[in-house]
Design a protein around this ligand. Structure first.
Ligand code: GLN
Length: 487
């Protein structure tokens, strides 16, 4: 059996195979992750809350009963982003306003994970209410990129990506509204999948922008993403936007290969302004697919330049409405006032961070009488144009390949004073979210300084299986193993 410290490095499928063969216990896997957490968490800070005793008890319980057949994640230690409700466990969204919140119910995905037998190590750090691209907007302090501790892990699911990359867990769940799974996965050198809108239930995900939010896997490879997606995907009557589309066998579909596939290269995403090392890594991914028998075709997404502006109207408008519920009465900081309204005002003033306030104000303005048609109404119209761009592109190709982020991971503090440049780090992920399409970020290179670089594959609605098979094919053909962080 592998030495304990090595167990944390395993993928879900490797660890699952050892568990199935009875050569390792869930307790050994869990202790290996906890040992790794003890060793590196002081410098990475990927977790908002560790649930050590819960994890140990779950692992013990998994070891005591072994159902036949073994459920897909039986005994495997994973981590959840801190905006995914877990009964009795902290769910604080990186906000002072929810500092003491312990939900009385499990999210749909937490229930699915429990049924699948997973062990929950803790809740991962994030930008407050998922608003950010660097994990620096957390009331709990920033997460550091495990490949270079002076750099950001990306955001908002930076904790999930960093924990997975640093082998503090075998895999994690994140959430993505405009890139929050894909961009941190890219910055940390792991695989991050944003499913089609409606593929995974949002029930129990604390809402940021309800027409965009999706939960998805952040994993060490494509097979793990397939395994995890299979567990969390499917219809949920408690989410009115949940899709009834049948869930294919993602794991069985991994080996279909890429021969004959037409890969669209959106010219607006690949022209000018791209960091040369990012461009080179994306070029390597394209060349690898061509070598495997895929063809490429240039396509156009003409409304790309409006995507960021559209997103920051739609997302902030929805956020201003969704965050109206946080009155501060019960779950976090509470500042007394001379009447109820005063209490709300003082509490929200003290409880929300600067970025969240900025979004609430922008969104409230965009929705206000007199401006609604000019801002929100216009943004919704442009959103339709952006969606139509993708529909037209998919008439000429099967998938799209783009960069995930325009630059390698940037330094902590580098963009904090300039929200607009921070917003632009999501330039390649945001249009996909507005269109509701599935997309996966995967590692395909590194900078000279050994920082991870990645590409993004975008699919037609519900084509997650094809995206994962393509990443799987790339992993096998590129000969690039996962880049271990120099921790
Ligand atoms: N970085 C983007 C934002 O700040 C996307 C966040 C997300 O996907 N949750 O809104």
């Amino acid at each position: 059996m592998a030495a304990d410290s090595d167990l944390a490095r395993l993928t879900l499928h490797e660890a699952g195979a050892l568990l199935a063969a009875n050569t390792v216990t869930s307790t050994a896997l869990t202790e290996a992750c906890l040992a790794r957490i003890a060793a590196v968490e002081g410098s990475v800070h990927a977790f908002a809350h560790l649930t050590v005793e819960v994890a140990r008890a779950q692992a013990r319980a998994r070891d005591q009963t072994r159902p036949d057949p073994l459920p897909p994640l039986w005994g495997l230690p994973i981590a959840l982003k801190d905006n995914i409700c877990t009964r009795g466990l902290p769910t604080t969204c990186g906000s002072r306003l929810l500092a003491n919140f312990r939900p009385v119910y499990d999210s749909f995905v937490a229930r699915r994970l429990e049924e699948a037998g997973a062990v929950i190590l803790g809740k991962t750090n994030m930008d407050e209410f998922a608003m950010g691209s660097s994990c620096e907007n957390s009331a709990l302090g920033p997460t550091h990129n495990p490949h270079d501790l002076t750099r950001v892990p990306g955001g908002s699911s930076g904790g999930s990506a960093a924990a997975t990359a640093a082998d503090e867990c075998l895999a994690a769940l994140g959430s993505d509204t405009g890139g929050s799974i894909r961009q941190p996965a890219c910055f940390c050198g792991v695989v991050g999948l944003k499913p089609t809108y409606g593929r995974v239930s949002r029930n129990g995900l604390v809402a940021f922008a309800s027409s965009l939010d999706q939960i998805g896997p952040i994993t060490k490879d494509a097979r793990d993403a397939a395994l995890l997606l299979a567990v969390i995907a499917g219809h949920d009557a408690d989410d009115s936007t949940s899709a009834r589309e049948p869930v294919p066998d993602y794991v069985a579909g991994l080996d279909v290969g890429v021969a004959g596939l037409r890969i669209g290269l959106p010219k607006e995403y690949l022209s000018g302004g791209l960091d040369p090392e990012v461009e080179q890594a994306v070029g390597f991914a394209i060349a690898t697919y061509e070598r495997l028998g895929a063809t490429t075709v240039e396509v156009s997404l003409p409304h790309t330049e409006h995507a960021v502006a559209t997103y920051y109207l739609v997302a902030t408008a929805e956020a201003s409405s969704n965050l109206g519920r946080f009155d501060g009465i019960r779950y976090g900081v509470r500042h007394e006032g001379h009447d109820l309204l005063d209490l709300y005002q003082r509490t929200r003033e003290a409880g929300f961070g600067a970025e969240v306030k900025r979004r609430i104000m922008l969104g409230t303005f965009a929705l206000s009488a007199g401006y609604y048609a000019a801002y929100y109404g216009k943004a919704m119209a442009v959103r339709t144009l952006i969606r139509n761009d993708f529909t037209a592109a998919f008439e000429r190709c099967d998938v799209l390949l783009t960069p995930t982020a325009p630059t390698p991971p940037f330094c902590l503090g580098e963009k904090l004073d300039d929200p607009l440049t921070m917003y632009l780090s999501d330039i390649f992920t945001i249009a996909v979210s507005l269109a509701g399409l599935p997309a996966v970020a995967f590692p395909c290179g590194a900078t000279k300084q050994r920082l991870p670089l990645g590409a993004q594959l975008i699919g037609r609605p519900f084509d997650e299986g094809r995206l994962l098979a393509m990443v799987h094919a790339f992993e096998a053909a590129s000969g690039q193993g996962r880049m271990a962080p120099a921790l």
